[in-house]
Structure formats: structure tokens, C-alpha cells
Design a protein around this ligand. Structure first.
Ligand SMILES: O=C(O)CCC(=O)C(=O)O
Ligand SMILES: [Fe+2]
Length: 278
């Protein structure tokens, strides 16, 4: 794919972005999609996919519905969302931050309506079991979440919030966001660990090390945005599957370029897979 085919305004991260990834555990990219990329992705998600179309129609009929639309894995990807997987910007960002030994893990799609409650602080690197030797050996490997917000969010209205630097706290059992926010680990990581509430315009993206603590605020009933669109692609450093490492649909493999095949060539999660390999 040529650079000009990108869905993004940028071709790769700056040194400042890379530093922010390592020091803060995330990079926020406001308005990083091209107009065509943003509009195409929104149209694809809201108009060209029957389950979301039905969900949105139902929301219009019944505005009291506060149930989210959630799909994982999100396999029905058409032109725009499919291109996201190995867009040159994404590939450059991944190799600049975690080098080349990484695979596609899984993706998900989420629509959050007015009235939906918050998601408490958590990190998503917990797909490993703490007591399992395979998991313990793999736990310090990268697990990258690329969060796309095609229609953006305002502070106080389904905003993402993060604790910058919290990825540096070793993910041992008993390490909780409450203890981190109370300052118990500030000395260990050499900085004050505190909450940062983000606000991002349509066409934004956030690139995070999944060891960073993050959460989401509620969407008020009087929000002017009827639903917030959120989709996510997750990449993992080469190694055994995580809990949600998805099976790659055979059609994806059949039409994959050699580069894409490399991203997809890894084991998916199956029950017992961690034990069998011990
Ligand atoms: O809805 C969001 O903005 C982020 C949700 C989240 O934390 C996740 O998918 O891991
Ligand atoms: Fe999360």
C-alpha cells in the first residue's frame, strides 16, 4: 500500500510521540484521520452493517435504551475498517514503539448510548492468569490497544481517562487504581501518578500500552451526541495467545498480502491452550 492510501493525516510517530508512549504509556492523536477516512469509517459502521444499523434504528425508536452495542471479535470489516489493520501509519507506529515481532490479536466494535454508566479504572493486560507459569513468563511483553473514536468525545461525556505513567507499576496482584491514585507508587515510578481526563474531536485515536490504567466516564442522558462510536484493534508482541486472541477468519487469510499474513500467523486462544503448552 502506498503512503497516499492512508486513512490518516500522519505517516508515522514523531520522537515526542514515541517518548510519550514510553513515559506516559499512551499517545493521544486528536483529529488524526483524514476527512475521507473519518467519514468513510463512520458511514461503514453506522450504515453498511446490519447489526449496528438495527441498533441505531432501535435507539431512535426507544431513546430510553441505555444498553451498549458490543461485538468482539469484530470480523465484518469492510473497506475502511479493513484498511485500518495495516495502514502505513499504524504499521510505522507499531514498529517505532514495539519493533517488528508483533501480531494482530483481536478487534471490537462498541456504540455507547446516552445514559450508559461508566467503566471503572482497569488495565487490559490482565488477560494472563497470574498463577500460570506461561503467563508469568509472558507478562512483560507488549499488548497494544489502538482505540479509534470516529465521532470523538467531550470531557464528562463518555470520555476516556488515563493515569499517565501507571504502566510502569508492576502488575502484581493487589496493585489497584485506588492505591495508585492515593500516591502509594509515586516514589517507585518517580512521578506523581494522577488522573487525566481526555477530550478528543471526531476522527481521533489513542494508542496505549495496555498496562496503563484507564477508564471511561458515563454518557449523560442530555448528551448532544446520540451515541459514541468506538472501535479497537489490538496487537500483541509475538508469543502465546491472550484470552481474546481471535481466530482469523479463513477469508481474511485468503485475501491477505504477505505482510498481512505475517500479522495473522499466530495461534488464537482456545480453552486449555495455556496448559497444553507447559
Ligand atoms: O470505551 C472506551 O473508550 C475504552 C474502553 C476500554 O477501556 C477498552 O475497550 O478496553
Ligand atoms: Fe480497557
Amino acid at each position: 500500500m502506498q503512503e497516499s492510501d492512508s486513512l490518516f493525516r500522519l505517516s508515522g510517530p514523531s520522537q515526542e510521540d514515541i517518548d510519550s508512549f514510553h513515559n506516559d504509556g499512551y499517545i493521544a492523536y486528536p483529529d488524526v484521520f483524514t476527512d475521507d477516512g473519518r467519514e468513510g469509517l463512520i458511514e461503514e459502521i453506522t450504515q453498511h452493517f446490519e447489526p449496528t444499523r438495527n441498533y441505531i434504528a432501535e435507539l431512535e425508536r426507544n431513546p430510553d435504551n441505555t444498553r451498549a452495542f458490543f461485538m468482539r471479535p469484530w470480523n465484518e470489516r469492510r473497506e475502511y475498517s479493513d484498511r485500518l489493520i495495516d495502514d502505513p501509519f499504524i504499521t510505522n507506529l507499531l514498529s517505532a514503539t514495539i519493533r517488528d515481532a508483533y501480531h494482530f490479536c483481536h478487534s471490537a466494535l462498541n456504540l455507547a448510548p446516552k445514559g450508559i454508566g461508566p467503566i471503572r479504572y482497569h488495565y487490559d493486560h490482565h488477560h494472563w492468569r497470574y498463577e500460570n507459569p506461561i503467563n508469568l513468563a509472558e507478562r512483560n511483553k507488549y499488548y497494544i490497544q489502538i482505540l479509534y473514536y470516529p465521532n470523538g468525545f467531550k470531557r464528562g461525556d463518555r470520555n476516556l481517562k488515563v493515569i499517565p505513567g501507571s504502566h510502569k507499576v508492576e502488575p502484581l496482584e493487589g496493585v489497584t487504581p485506588e492505591r495508585i491514585l492515593a500516591g502509594e507508587f509515586d516514589d517507585k515510578v518517580g512521578r506523581k501518578l494522577e488522573e487525566k481526563r481526555l477530550e478528543l474531536p471526531p476522527g481521533s485515536m489513542v494508542y496505549i500500552d495496555a498496562r496503563i490504567f484507564h477508564g471511561v466516564e458515563a454518557k449523560p442522558l442530555d448528551s448532544t451526541q446520540p451515541y459514541r462510536i468506538f472501535c479497537i484493534d489490538i496487537f500483541k508482541q509475538a508469543g502465546p495467545p491472550h484470552l481474546y486472541t481471535q481466530e482469523i477468519p479463513s477469508e481474511w487469510m485468503e485475501r491477505a498480502t504477505p505482510e498481512r499474513k505475517k500479522l495473522f500467523t499466530r495461534d488464537g486462544y482456545t480453552e486449555g491452550c495455556w496448559n497444553e503448552k507447559q
